[in-house]
Design a protein. Sequence first.
Length: 288
Amino acid sequence: MYSQITYNGHPCKEPVDNIKNIEYFLLDMDGTIYLGETLLDGTLDFLDTVKKQNKKVMYITNNSSKATRQYVEKLKRLGIESEEKDFFTSVNALEYNLRKTKPGARLFVLGTPAFEQYLENCGFELIKGYYPEPDKRPDFVILAYDTTLTYDKLVIACDYLTDGVEYWATHPDMVCPIREGRSVPDAGSFMECIYAATGRRPSFVAGKPNPCMVQLLIDKYGLSPERVAVVGDRLNTDIMAAVNAGVKSICVLTGEASAEDVDNTPESDRPTFVLDSIRDVWKILESR
Ligand SMILES: [Mg+2]
């Protein structure tokens, strides 16, 4: 069944004017407001209007290779002022769930030095190397977007997984876009490699499409779900996280998803709104 409402030829579940009722925009970054080191057209206008209309923006990302401080610096390079508290990543969601499940847990980590440092600062113990003795094993193998991955680290992770150690991951994205038409392997690709070698998949994946990032923000800031929208370029992560969390979603076609991908998605999993770019979100907020 196809939606009767369209905007610029794209199917929307509600009239786009309803976007004006959104108070909190949970913004994906890669493919939504920038591509690599290029800011996408309309982003600054959108952010200005959000501020002017007393709405709020939070940046949510599955990317677990960078610390939030690095995002603040990146946005600054692109001309956007932000603070660390404006960001919420799959790392924050993973850490929250780890802390709830086993505070101070021992972890073997496939992640960047920034990721390892963050977990150590949160009170977790990082295990380096392989120890066959059961009492020396980690409680969890944690897989993140490890841009410093080595074959040695993969072998150790696979050894622990074969020993039956619990396995969690930050996010399922297969690739990370770096510039137009180019992507590099992300955590999901590493997951497939580990699955081929051990037959194991993570029992918990914190990032989108898991709604836990969106739900944690709703709880933390006391947001009403009908006033919240996730804005993103990926149907299987950004939009599904919004669907799973029961908030609205805006799919922009500047990154991964194409209009055809949206058409091929079952009605229940489609975004609330489909727009060509962040510039269109701005146009709608500014329209009378
Ligand atoms: Mg994206």
